[in-house]
Design a protein around this ligand. Structure first.
Ligand code: BES
Ligand code: ZN
Ligand code: ZN
Length: 466
């Protein structure tokens, strides 16, 4: 989607969206009394009226009090509605009216709606609507563009199936995206991972025919306000069959190409932070492999020695995310980080608990970090909800033959998983389980069909607010 400023006079002679406020400034737009009455009536129930004005599309959207986060989200959704209503009608559309914030929110929702994963059609559908212009000089188009681009890139990676996006290909995609930015990347390959004895990552990779990778991103602003880095860790399971504990439920494997959504979100966030020139020092760590059954696959009953020396009794090979994340979290210690956040499609339990509407958050970082993150979540509508992180949940991870086992009991699976991960940390830690919001099976909003890019707008906003 091409966003461009166009400081034209308000006319009704082109495809235009009018953002009008509650008290109605409709009179500013050279409309007849009858037209105003028609619009007021239409805007009453739906905030959205579309009229064909001698071949031009004119859309009126009612903007409510933007001090409320919920109303901000309504404007993004109006951007989605407008995109859906006009995508086959016009090639460009102009936005005018109301505040800078209203225009920015609208453009964000509109641009995020424009994404489709069309690469694999032999005859890709040509999108007609490809440009949006606006007349508010204060609209920060390059910031919106950077954040939208990062979100759509994360979606694209999630949507890529494993027959293209292997662990090595994921590393290549990250290197390509970081090229030309201030982000440095380093990819550790199978041999290096073996010499480092990353036992968790290697165990999950044993059933695979493709090598594992461990990608490190670093963005260090010269103006960095944090002396110790913030480390972002993303689960990069490029496909999760469950391994020998093959996924048991019908259909549950269909969307498992999404199991690297945490990796996509974290890599996209580091790169966006660099493009936005945020005054921070940020490291990204992406452990990646697929999880498959195979002649040599890791097996229930196996005891694995992890990167930090901890021994783990594997009782379910489908609990693989924690195995690879544990090694990345131990690796993160060497940076003496100020804070570590991970994002992972880690448990079905998180999705059952909260559905697609928020990320499950937990951890031992100071409460003020959760409050900041929660605020960023409401501001972007990429929301988090904080769950308890009490030590009682850790008791369930005790093994009778090793330091820990990789599964807990029947309840609160997202928290027992989080407590398992905490074992590998020695710094303030936040765990984000994005299993619920990371993948959409219907295009019902600007969040898109398939990968949603969840976590990117949340974390960019959070980091910007620091
Ligand atoms: N990748 C899955 C979790 C998942 C489920 C993500 C649904 C997105 C949607 C994860 O690796 C997994 O299989 N977790 C198991 C853990 C269990 C075996 C302890 C789960 O949640 O069932
Ligand atoms: Zn799994
Ligand atoms: Zn998984």
């Amino acid at each position: 989607m091409y966003l461009f400023p166009k400081y034209s006079a308000k006319t009704i002679s082109e495809n235009t969206v009018y953002l009008v406020n509650e008290n109605d400034k409709l009179t500013g737009y050279k409309l007849s009394k009858d037209q105003i009455a028609f619009l007021k009536e239409g805007l009453k129930d739906d905030n959205f009226v579309m009229v064909n004005n001698f071949g031009n599309v004119n859309i009126f959207c009612k903007i409510e009090d933007l001090k409320k986060d919920g109303n901000k989200e309504k404007v993004r959704h109006l951007g989605f509605k407008t995109f859906e209503a006009t995508k086959a009608l016009c090639s460009s559309i102009h936005i005018t009216g109301e505040t800078t914030l209203a225009q920015e929110l609208f453009i964000e929702g509109f641009a995020l709606s424009s994404y489709e994963f069309s690469k694999y059609f032999t005859k890709p559908k040509k999108q007609k609507l490809t440009a949006v212009s606006f007349d508010d000089k204060k609209v920060n188009a390059s910031k919106i563009e950077t954040i939208v681009d990062a979100t759509l890139w994360a979606r694209e990676l999630v949507n890529e199936p494993v027959n293209y996006l292997t662990a090595e290909q994921l590393a290549v995609e990250i290197e390509k995206k970081a090229k030309g930015t201030a982000v440095k990347t380093e990819v550790l390959g199978q041999t290096k991972i073996e010499s480092l004895k990353m036992g968790g990552l290697l165990a999950v990779n044993k059933g695979s025919v493709d090598p594992a990778t461990f990608t490190i991103l670093e963005y260090k602003s010269k103006k960095a306000k944090n002396k110790k880095p913030i480390v972002l860790v993303g689960k990069g399971v490029v496909y999760d069959t469950g391994g020998l504990s093959l996924k048991p439920t019908k259909g549950s494997m269909d969307s498992m190409k999404c199991d690297m959504a945490g990796a996509a979100a974290m890599a996209a966030t580091v790169i966006a932070a660099a493009k936005l020139d945020l005054p921070l020092h940020i490291i990204g760590l992406i452990p990646a492999t697929d999880n498959r059954p195979g002649g040599n696959a890791y097996t229930p009953g196996d005891v694995i020695k992890m990167f930090d020396g901890t021994t783990i009794e594997v009782l379910n090979t489908d609990a693989e995310g924690r195995m690879i994340l544990a090694d990345a979290l131990s690796y993160a210690k060497k940076y003496k980080p100020e804070l570590v956040i991970d994002a992972a499609t880690l448990t079905g339990a998180a999705s059952v608990a909260i559905g697609p509407h928020a990320t499950v958050a937990m951890g031992n970082a100071p409460q003020k970090e959760f409050d900041l993150l929660s605020k960023a979540g409401f501001a972007t509508h990429d929301r988090i909800f904080q769950f308890p992180f009490w030590d009682e949940y850790k008791d369930e991870m005790k093994s009778t033959i090793a330091d820990m086992k990789n599964v807990g009991g029947a309840f609160a699976g997202m928290i027992t998983a989080g407590k398992f991960l905490e074992h590998f940390t020695d710094y303030p830690y936040i765990h984000l389980d994005i299993a619920g919001p990371s993948f959409n099976s219907a295009k019902d909003s600007y969040r898109g069909l398939g990968g949603t890019g969840c976590g990117v707008r949340l974390l960019v906003e959070y980091l910007s607010s620091k």
